[in-house]
Design a protein around this ligand. Structure first.
Ligand code: 5AD
Ligand code: SF4
Length: 383
């Protein structure tokens, strides 16, 4: 039996796919690099914006069409393989959203809409203890937490992936020891809110849980549990690795201890990804981001003052409801002050079930979103 895997979306999905591959290899499947040759196509889905979701439906339809075509119409070189019908398994955020809906309505609807899909596989069914089949030879992707509990008003992730859950530190460190033994020189620590990592299983009597506590801190407008990310990061940085990176950080969890840890270890990547989403305080409030543009810039300034060679990348949402020209100019101003190396620019897309989709009309025309996209792209990415 042969399988093909198509991965959409973020680095978390790429990391998940490395484990999904191992899951099917362990069942006796062999991987192929053309879906038309496969018995099974696994689609690891992303639904962060409508355009991403549509790409998933496009692929399902394409496979379905292929399955319905008489073999003679298929490419001659593939005729023999083509006689088989390809099964489709959908996993990732689309499956997550449906499976997390307790009423069962979403899953039932998806099954009605896509009878050609044989399974909507929850990613949680694939254990994180499984040995992944890694795509790269030097950079190892290491998920450290899953899900997100922040509920930024526009974001579907907390619904699709559930609340944030961290992996035990011991398990993460063991995985990193294995990749080092296998010759990897770089690791990328991954979480939707990577810097709020909280070790669920402190090691008994170990210095690792010394600063572990459950006190709340209020930081940049958010009430947060004290994170142990800097402790994990320090343990990783002490190992024989050339580069340690982490994505994605949120401003409200960027603690002083974390800044100090990065400053102390030169093998921690100096390119920090720190999404700010919008530079206007009203818009930030409606996004439920907690901080103001000034607080964000103060944080950037503080990090720069302690890590002289630091660089920043970011995520920005363009055309959030209520973003008038003045609000957009506040985003432009923030970009000029923060001097990002790269910005990932996302045109706002209302996602069903989120607060912003319920409360606000998606009022900025597509053409205006595109214009603003170009302005920021020219300013940051085309320097
Ligand atoms: N519309 C547009 N962009 C979005 N993002 C998240 N949700 C949406 C949405 N509904 C962007 C944010 C986030 C990145 C991963 O995707 O910028 O940081
Ligand atoms: Fe979405 Fe906000 Fe969580 Fe990022 S922090 S995944 S934008 S809810």
């Amino acid at each position: 039996m042969k399988f093909f895997i198509k991965t959409f979306g973020c680095i978390q999905n790429t990391a998940d796919s490395e484990r999904i591959k191992a899951f099917y290899w362990n069942k006796g499947y062999k991987e192929v690099d053309n879906w038309r040759e496969a018995d099974l196509v696994v689609i690891n889905t992303c639904i962060i914006r409508e355009s991403a979701e549509n790409r998933v439906y496009g692929l399902i339809n394409e496979i379905d069409k292929w399955n319905r075509n008489p073999p003679a119409l298929r490419a001659p070189s593939l005729d023999k393989e083509g006689l088989k019908k390809i099964s489709i398994v959908v996993t990732g955020c689309l499956a997550g959203l449906a499976n997390k809906d307790k009423t069962g309505k979403k899953l039932a609807q998806l099954k009605r809409d896509f009878p050609e899909v044989s399974e909507f596989l929850p990613i949680e069914k694939i254990s994180y203890k499984i040995d992944p089949i890694r795509d790269k030879k030097d950079l190892a992707l290491i998920p450290i937490s899953f899900g997100c509990s922040n509920f930024c008003s526009y974001c579907i992730v907390p619904f699709a992936r559930g609340p944030e859950i961290s992996r035990p530190m011991e398990e993460i460190l063991k995985e990193i020891d294995v990749v080092i033994k296998n010759g990897f020189k770089e690791v990328l620590l991954i979480g939707q809110n990577v810097n709020s990592y909280l070790n669920p299983k402190p090691l008994f009597n170990s210095p690792l849980d010394e600063r572990e506590n459950t006190n709340y801190v209020v930081h940049m407008g958010k009430k947060r549990l004290h994170s142990s990310f800097h402790i994990l990061l320090e343990e990783v940085a002490k190992k024989d690795l050339q580069k340690i990176s982490f994505v994605s950080s949120n401003p409200w969890d960027f603690s002083d201890e974390l800044i100090a840890t990065i400053a102390k270890y030169p093998n921690i990547d100096r390119l920090l990804h720190l999404p700010f989403q919008a530079g206007d305080d009203e818009v930030l409030k409606k996004m439920n981001r907690g901080y103001t543009q000034k607080e964000y810039l103060d944080l950037v300034k503080k990090i720069r003052s302690q890590i002289s060679d630091v660089r920043f990348s970011t995520d920005i949402i363009i055309g959030f409801p209520g973003e008038d020209e003045k609000a957009f100019q506040n985003t432009v101003k923030l970009c000029k002050k923060a001097k990002f190396e790269i910005a990932y620019l996302n045109k706002y897309s209302p996602r069903k079930g989120t607060v912003s989709a319920k409360l606000y009309k998606d009022e900025i025309p597509q053409s205006e979103k595109k214009r603003r996209w170009n302005v920021l792209n020219d300013l940051i990415n085309k320097k």
